[in-house]
Design a binder for this molecule. Structure first.
Ligand SMILES: CC(C)=CCC/C(C)=C/CC/C(C)=C/C=C/C(C)=C/C=C/C=C(C)/C=C/C=C(C)/C=C/C=C(C)/C=C/CC(C)(C)O
Ligand SMILES: C[S@@+](CC[C@H](N)C(=O)[O-])C[C@H]1O[C@@H](n2cnc3c(N)ncnc32)[C@H](O)[C@@H]1O
Length: 387
């Protein structure tokens, strides 16, 4: 009988001719961990039992991540957390509110409780868990979870994506500027969905940036790729004397201009439409690139930093704020999530703070300094001074 094909073909690679003692030690460790015999032994042996269980759980969570994400997606679609915001409920009452058969409702409730989204009370009722309660305060996370349907479609064949042989992705169409030859030509219908998503998710980052780097010390902010103005509005509110100019693609800038007028900021906030690849207006003493640099490959990202340098007066400041690769304690956020997200989008990559610092120096900035943000997994901040 023909053997079944391996789901993950193993390629054998000849070992290096003179491995170092470190490589040999590592190879021995890996052979040991890979051995089912050792795995069984380690799971029973008291000194290694804890490590073995933690590793098994970590590997299981990697296998099951999509399932956990779909439990969250179902709970959000059914509005479960808002329903429970008023207090604990019995499974039967919840089944009626969610319009689910009682056994299916219980399946969801138990799954959500196992993930910390809900708490199963001793009397059989279900209440919000700490994570479910935190979601209530971050409604934009729900929008991101719904948006992930598109990302997961694109990740269906991750190897094709890595090899560049995948069909055009949904995310590259969603982000109308990604790899577009004429991004400035994008119309309102093309930019509105991502503009709204970015605007909503600014709630997760704007205050953290402004708390880490208060803008009251500056006179005029130029927010480059500022989207529909959510960060600019928050910046203007935080510093009542600050003037703000926002640059984005014409269709996006038009939406930002309307937002400034609605917020009563038309007197000190202006939106300018155009491509930032064609240079930046002068006059500001601080330029911000919020969640913009990681969208772009190295050459255009460096060119953008050079344009910011050219637009600033001596002593002016460039702020680069985005999630970064290699963030201690949040490595998978930058390297796995944003790494694959941007791959699916078809442009850019997450960079380490040190890489961005190197690029900023190359672009002519000095004194690059990181300002600590509250939640570095969501956004980190570099401030670079123009000499
Ligand atoms: C009260 C008592 C007694 C004890 C309390 C115990 C305690 C201290 C509990 C802590 C509770 C607490 C304050 C929790 C707070 C939780 C928070 C703030 C959670 C925030 C979660 C944020 C998430 C999950 C954010 C997700 C963001 C995503 C997925 C962003 C995606 C961004 C994308 C895709 C951006 C795309 C832009 C592009 C294209 C890359 O440029
Ligand atoms: C990921 S969004 C970030 C928006 C906003 N800074 C925020 O953090 O919510 C990237 C922004 O860059 C803008 N953008 C992309 N390419 C551009 C270009 N060539 N010229 C001007 N803006 C551009 C997009 O329209 C979008 O608003």
């Amino acid at each position: 009988m023909k053997p079944a094909p391996r789901a993950f073909p193993m390629t054998s690679v000849a070992p290096p001719e003179n491995p170092s003692w470190r490589d040999r030690l590592l190879a021995w460790r890996h052979r040991l961990i890979a051995s089912p015999h050792f795995q069984r032994f380690a799971a029973a042996f008291p000194p290694t039992r804890g490590i073995a269980r933690r590793n098994a759980r970590a590997l299981f969570d990697l296998c099951a991540g999509f399932v956990y994400a779909q439990v969250l997606a179902a709970a959000l679609r059914l509005d479960l957390f808002r329903i429970l915001a008023d207090g604990p409920m019995t499974p039967d009452a919840l089944a009626r509110r969610l319009d689910l058969p009682p056994d299916r409702a219980l399946c969801l409730l138990r799954a959500a409780a196992s993930l910390g989204l809900l708490t199963a009370l001793r009397d059989g009722r279900f209440a919000l868990g700490d994570l479910g309660a935190a979601l209530l305060g971050n409604p934009s996370v729900a929008a991101m979870v719904a948006h992930h349907a598109m990302l997961y479609d694109d990740l269906r064949d991750p190897v094709a994506l890595l090899r560049g042989t995948a069909a055009p992705t949904r995310l590259s169409g969603y982000w109308a500027y990604a790899g577009a030859p004429d991004p400035a030509g994008a119309d309102e219908a093309a930019v509105a969905p991502y503009g709204a998503l970015m605007g909503a998710s600014q709630a997760l980052v704007a205050r953290d940036i402004l708390d880490a780097y208060p803008l009251a010390r500056h006179a005029h902010l130029l927010d480059v790729g500022g989207g529909e103005g959510a960060f600019a509005v928050e910046a203007a509110r935080s510093a009542p004397e600050l003037r703000v100019t926002l640059v984005d693609l014409p269709a996006v800038a038009a939406r930002a201009g309307r937002r400034f007028a609605e917020e009563g900021l038309a007197g000190r906030a202006t939106a300018r439409g155009g491509s930032f690849h064609d240079g930046l207006p002068t006059g500001a003493d601080v330029v911000s690139l919020v969640r913009v640099v990681h969208d772009h490959d190295d050459a255009p990202a460096l060119a953008l930093m050079r344009s910011a340098r050219a637009a600033l007066p001596p002593g002016g400041t460039l702020l680069v704020a985005e999630p970064m690769a290699g963030t201690p304690g949040a490595e998978p956020v930058g390297d796995a999530y944003f790494g694959f997200y941007l791959l699916a989008m078809g442009s850019g990559r997450p960079r380490k703070a040190a890489e961005l610092t190197g690029m900023l120096r190359q672009a002519g900035f000095t004194q690059v300094r990181e300002h600590r943000t509250r939640r570095p997994l969501l956004v980190r901040l570099l401030a670079a001074r123009a000499p």
